[in-house]
Design a binder for this molecule. Structure first.
Ligand code: HEC
Length: 133
């Protein structure tokens, strides 16, 4: 294969990867992105690890500030810097359960599938103001 063909092949593959990312079903936090049980599990972890410094009202203005951003950014911030006394102390699953609980605190509706941190799934979910039904 000559050099030129090689390069166009590489570009084609990159385009394919990018378009696959773009079509992956974008959702918002209003679309039932966590389960009730998951938020329950998160509540226990939250009481043990976060409540000491953040009361339950703390996250409402935080979520408000994150509106329009992917949930993955907020997840990364909390999983790498919290708890302040011991950053990164919990597992990814535990952080994502806590995030589900934080969403439930702001009265976002639960759904049928758990919030998942894998494969950048959290970056496909956008934070937006709660929609009242
Ligand atoms: C020892 C105290 C302490 C503990 C425990 C703690 N935090 Fe924090 N947290 C802070 C401080 C201090 C800040 C930064 C100042 C602020 O914004 O209030 C902060 C900020 C944050 C933010 C950033 C908010 C923003 O501005 O976007 C998030 C999210 C957060 N904490 C989540 C958590 C979670 C989840 C836990 C439990 C796993 C936790 N924190 C435990 C002290 C703590």
């Amino acid at each position: 294969m000559n050099k030129r063909m090689n390069r166009s092949l590489v570009i084609a593959v990159i385009c394919l990867v990018l378009s696959a990312g773009a079509t992956a079903d974008p959702r918002t936090v209003n679309e039932g992105v966590f389960t009730r049980d998951q938020a329950k599990a998160g509540e226990e972890l939250y009481k043990e690890n976060c409540l000491l410094c953040h009361d339950k009202k703390y996250f409402r203005p935080v979520l408000k500030r994150w509106e329009g951003q992917p949930l993955g950014i907020m997840y990364t911030v909390m999983s790498t810097s919290m708890p302040e006394s011991n950053p990164g102390f919990l597992s990814e699953k535990e952080y994502v359960d806590i995030l589900a609980y934080i969403l439930s605190l702001s009265r976002y509706e639960p759904g049928d599938t758990e919030l998942d941190y894998k494969d950048g799934a959290l970056n496909e979910i956008t934070v937006e103001a709660r929609q009242k039904n």
